[in-house]
Ligand binder design. Structure first.
Ligand SMILES: O=C(O)C(=O)C[C@H](O)C(=O)CO
Ligand SMILES: [Zn+2]
Length: 280
C-alpha cells in the first residue's frame, strides 16, 4: 500500500512542485480489476479507487490487512464511504447488494466482513471512489442517492462560484463514527470552489475532482492561508489536505468534486474562514 507520512506546515513552505505532488496528490486510482489504496497518516484516512471490469473485486484485493491495519478484515475497525463516479455497478456488503448508479453513495459500517464491487457492463465500468476512517462502533450501512443528500446552494455566477454542496455522509442524513462525505457540483460558468478558503484545525479533508472535460484541469490551492501553493490536477485525481491547509480550487471549466473529512468532530460549519484579501 502507498503510505504517506504527514508533512508539517513549516517544511511545506520549502517543498518543490514535485515534492508537493508526491506528498499530497493521488493519481491512477482506477486500474482494471484492482483496488488502489493510499494510507495517509493524517488522521489515518485511507483513500481508495476500484474499477471492476471483468471481475467481482473484493475491497481487500492486494491489501495485507494484518500488516497495514493489524486487523483480520478491512472494516473490522474502520468505516467507509463509497461513491460511484463511473458506469452502473453494484456493491455487496455482507449479504446485501446495492445497485450503484452515477454519483450514488454507500456508507458501509465497521464490522462488515465482506465488501465486493462489480460493474454491470465491462464497456462502461463503474469507478468506485472511497475514503475510510478508523471507527469505534458499528452504525447502519446506508445507501444515499443524490436526491437523499442535504443540499446547500452557495456562491453566485457573478463570483464564478455558483454551486451546490450535496452533503451525503453528514449528521443530518445518517450517523457515522467520524466520517463525513459529500459531492459539490459547480454550475456551468462557475469555476471556483471554497473561496473564501478555510481550514479546520479539527479535521483533515480529501478532495477528488471528476467530471473535468478532456483538455481541462483544476488548480487546487493548498498550504496555509498566508503561504499558498497549488497543485494542477487532472480528472479523477485526489488530494490530501492536512488540517493546517486550505483546500480550494479553480478550474479551467466547471467540474464536480467529492470531499471527505475525518478528525475530532463532524460539525460541517466548524471552519476558520480566511478573508480573501489576507491571503498570500
Ligand atoms: O464547494 C465548497 O465550498 C465545498 O464543497 C467545501 C467542502 O465541503 C469543505 O471544505 C468542507 O469543509
Ligand atoms: Zn473544508
Amino acid at each position: 500500500m502507498d503510505i504517506r507520512y504527514s508533512a508539517n506546515q513549516r517544511d511545506f513552505k520549502r517543498y518543490t512542485t514535485e515534492e508537493i505532488r508526491q506528498e499530497f496528490l493521488i493519481e491512477n486510482l482506477y486500474r482494471e480489476d484492482e483496488v488502489v489504496a493510499v494510507y495517509s497518516h493524517v488522521d489515518r484516512m485511507v483513500t481508495l479507487g476500484c474499477m471492476p471490469v471483468n471481475e467481482t473485486v473484493s475491497i481487500d484485493k492486494g491489501i495485507d490487512c494484518w500488516k497495514n491495519f493489524g486487523t483480520h478484515y478491512f472494516l473490522e475497525r474502520r468505516e467507509i464511504g463509497v461513491f460511484n463516479i463511473g458506469g452502473p455497478g453494484e456493491i455487496t456488503a455482507d449479504e446485501t447488494s446495492y445497485p450503484m448508479g452515477f454519483e450514488d453513495c454507500l456508507y458501509v459500517t465497521m464490522k462488515t466482513q465482506k465488501v465486493t464491487f462489480k460493474s454491470n457492463n465491462p464497456q462502461k465500468p463503474a469507478k468506485f471512489y472511497m475514503v475510510s476512517a478508523p471507527a469505534h462502533k458499528p452504525c447502519k450501512t446506508t445507501f444515499i442517492s443524490i436526491a437523499d443528500a442535504n443540499k446547500r446552494p452557495v456562491g453566485s455566477s457573478e463570483t464564478s462560484n455558483k454551486r451546490v454542496i450535496n452533503q451525503f455522509i453528514h449528521p443530518d442524513v445518517l450517523e457515522t463514527c467520524q466520517l463525513s462525505m459529500g459531492l459539490t457540483c459547480l454550475n456551468s460558468g462557475s469555476v471556483w470552489n471554497t473561496m473564501p478558503a478555510h481550514t479546520h484545525e479539527r479535521r483533515m479533508e480529501v478532495y477528488t475532482y471528476f467530471n473535468i472535460p478532456k483538455g481541462n484541469v483544476v488548480f487546487h490551492m493548498m498550504g496555509e492561508g498566508k503561504e499558498t501553493r497549488h497543485i494542477v490536477m487532472q480528472n479523477e485525481q485526489a488530494v490530501i489536505s492536512p488540517s493546517w491547509s486550505i483546500h480550494a480550487g479553480c478550474g479551467t471549466t466547471n467540474y464536480h468534486f467529492i470531499w471527505a473529512m475525518g478528525g475530532e468532530n463532524k460539525a460541517f460549519d466548524d471552519m476558520d474562514e480566511i478573508p480573501i484579501q489576507e491571503m498570500r
